[in-house]
Design a protein around this ligand. Structure first.
Ligand code: ZN
Length: 431
C-alpha cells in the first residue's frame, strides 16, 4: 500500500526534463514510488489541472534567527516557506551573531531540522562577523554542513578576501555568493540613481556600484578558479560580466530576485514617503527590468530567489532614508515567477521551473533525480491559472513588508509536500 496517490497531475520535472500528465505515488518512507500492483493507498489527491514540481528551492532567504526574532525566526520562516511552496531554503548568515564558525552553523541547521517543515542549505559567512577583515572558519562551517559562503547584506569588498575564498572554493567546491555593491560608489545611496530618486529627493546608488564589482569578481574567478554566484543581479553590465565569465568556461552563475523582475523604481513613488519598496540592490527603471527578464529567458540568469528579508512593520513604515532595505518575499516567489514568465511572457513550464529547481541545485552542486521511484518526495502542487490578491496580513512570515500588497498574481500554491508529508494544504501550514 502506498501512502499518497496524486491522480492525473501535470508533472513538470526539470530534473528529468519531462513534462507529462500522469499519476504520482509516494510510499510510507516519504519517497516517490512506482505504480502499486493494486490501487490501494491511504490518501488520494485529485491533481487534474495542477502542476506537480519536485524540490523547489529558494536559494536566498533571511530567517533572522538568532538575534532578530521580532522580524522572523526559523519557525515562522519555515511556515512561510511551506506556504510559499518551497522545499529547500538557502539560509543567509547575516544574523546576530553572524554565522561564521562551525558550531553556529550546526545550531542553525539543527533548528531547521527540529521545526521539520523545510530543508536548509546553510550559507556561512566569508569573513568574521561579515566585517570583511579576517577569514571566517570556512572549513569548520563546511564540515558542519555549510553549502556556500557569503557576506550577503554586505559585499566581499576586499579583493584579497575574494581571491582567498575563491581559492578555497576551487579546492572544496563550495560556491561563493556575492552581494555586488562597491561600498564607495554606493555609499549613502538608498535608491537607483535616476529620475525617480531625483524627483523624490533620495540619494542615488549608481548602477555601476553593482557592475564594477561583478567585473572585478569575474576577473578574480578567472585567476583563482572556484565557483562564483551573483546574488540578486539587477543591472545589464552585471549580466554582461556573467555571460563573459561563462563564455570563458568559468563556473559563474547568477540569480534574479522576483521584485527586480516584476517592479520598477516607479514603485518608490507609489509607496512614498515610506520605505516599503526600499530594497538593495534598488528597484531599477523599466529598461533594466526588461533586460533582466531577457537574461532569464536566454539562460544567462539561471536562478530566481526571493531575497526574503522580513522586517517589523514599524521599521518599514519609517521615512525612506531611515527604513531598512528588504522585502518579505518567500510567499510570493512562485506567484511572481508564474505571473511574469507564464502569464505574461510564455516561457515553457519546464524552463521557468528550472529557475527554482535545477538552477539552485547546480549552484551548490547538489544532485537530485526528480520524480522517480526511490527519490525523496519533496514537491509542490501549483494551480498555474489561479489568480490571487497579495494580502500580507495572511502571510505566515512575521514580515508583512511587501510592495506587492494588493497586487494580483497568477499561479497559486495549492500544497507543499516535504519528505512525503504535507506541510501546507488548503491554505494552512500542517505542523
Ligand atoms: Zn544581498
Amino acid at each position: 500500500m502506498t501512502a499518497l496517490w496524486v491522480r492525473g497531475v501535470r508533472v513538470v520535472d526539470p530534473f528529468a526534463g519531462t513534462d507529462t500528465v500522469t499519476d504520482v505515488y509516494v510510499d510510507r518512507d516519504g519517497c516517490f514510488a512506482a505504480a502499486p500492483a493494486r490501487a490501494a493507498c491511504e490518501e488520494t489527491v485529485d491533481g487534474r489541472g495542477l502542476w506537480l514540481v519536485p524540490r523547489v528551492v529558494d536559494l536566498h532567504v533571511h530567517f533572522r534567527e538568532p538575534g532578530q526574532e521580532h522580524k522572523e525566526d526559523i519557525g515562522s520562516g519555515s511556515r512561510a516557506a511551506a506556504a510559499g511552496g518551497v522545499s529547500v531554503v538557502g539560509l543567509m548568515p547575516n544574523t546576530a551573531p553572524v554565522i561564521d564558525e562551525g558550531p553556529k552553523m550546526a545550531r542553525v541547521l539543527d533548528r531547521v531540522t527540529q521545526v521539520g517543515l523545510v530543508a536548509a542549505w546553510g550559507i556561512g559567512a566569508v569573513s568574521v562577523g561579515s566585517r570583511g577583515q579576517e577569514a571566517a572558519d570556512w572549513d569548520g562551517m563546511r564540515q558542519a554542513g555549510a553549502r556556500a559562503f557569503s557576506d550577503d547584506g554586505h559585499p566581499v569588498a576586499s579583493s584579497r578576501m575574494m581571491a582567498a575564498v575563491l581559492a578555497f572554493s576551487a579546492h572544496h567546491g563550495t560556491p561563493v555568493i556575492q552581494h555586488l555593491e562597491d561600498p564607495e560608489l554606493a555609499q549613502g545611496g538608498v535608491a537607483h540613481d535616476g529620475v525617480v530618486a531625483n524627483r523624490l529627493g533620495l540619494s542615488g546608488m549608481p548602477a555601476s556600484a553593482e557592475s564594477v564589482l561583478a567585473w572585478r569578481d569575474v576577473g578574480l574567478l578567472r585567476a583563482y578558479g572556484g565557483r562564483l554566484h551573483f546574488a540578486h543581479c539587477s543591472v545589464p553590465d552585471t549580466l554582461a560580466a556573467l555571460a563573459w565569465a561563462r563564455a570563458q568556461g568559468a563556473q559563474a552563475t547568477g540569480e534574479a530576485a522576483p521584485h527586480h523582475l516584476l517592479l520598477t523604481d516607479a514603485a518608490l513613488t507609489e509607496w512614498h514617503p515610506t520605505g516599503m519598496a526600499k530594497v538593495n540592490p534598488p528597484l531599477r527603471p523599466a529598461a533594466m527590468r526588461d533586460a533582466l527578464r531577457q537574461a532569464v529567458e536566454r539562460g544567462v540568469v539561471t536562478v530566481v530567489a526571493s531575497d526574503h528579508a522580513p522586517h517589523a512593520p514599524d521599521e518599514k513604515a519609517r521615512a525612506f532614508d531611515a527604513a531598512p532595505f528588504g522585502i518579505s518575499g518567500i510567499e510570493t516567489l512562485l506567484g511572481v515567477l508564474l505571473t511574469v514568465f507564464h502569464h505574461e511572457r510564455r516561457l515553457t513550464p519546464l524552463a521557468l521551473m528550472r529557475l527554482v529547481t535545477c538552477g539552485p541545485h547546480e549552484v551548490v552542486g547538489e544532485s537530485y533525480l526528480g520524480v522517480v521511484p526511490g527519490s525523496r518526495a519533496d514537491f509542490t502542487l501549483i494551480d498555474p491559472g489561479a489568480s490571487w490578491r497579495v494580502d500580507p496580513t495572511r502571510f505566515h512570515s512575521r514580515g508583512t513588508n511587501t510592495p506587492l500588497a494588493g497586487q494580483v498574481l497568477y499561479g497559486r500554491v495549492v500544497a507543499t509536500v516535504h519528505r512525503g508529508r504535507f506541510t501546507f494544504r488548503e491554505g494552512q501550514v500542517v505542523s
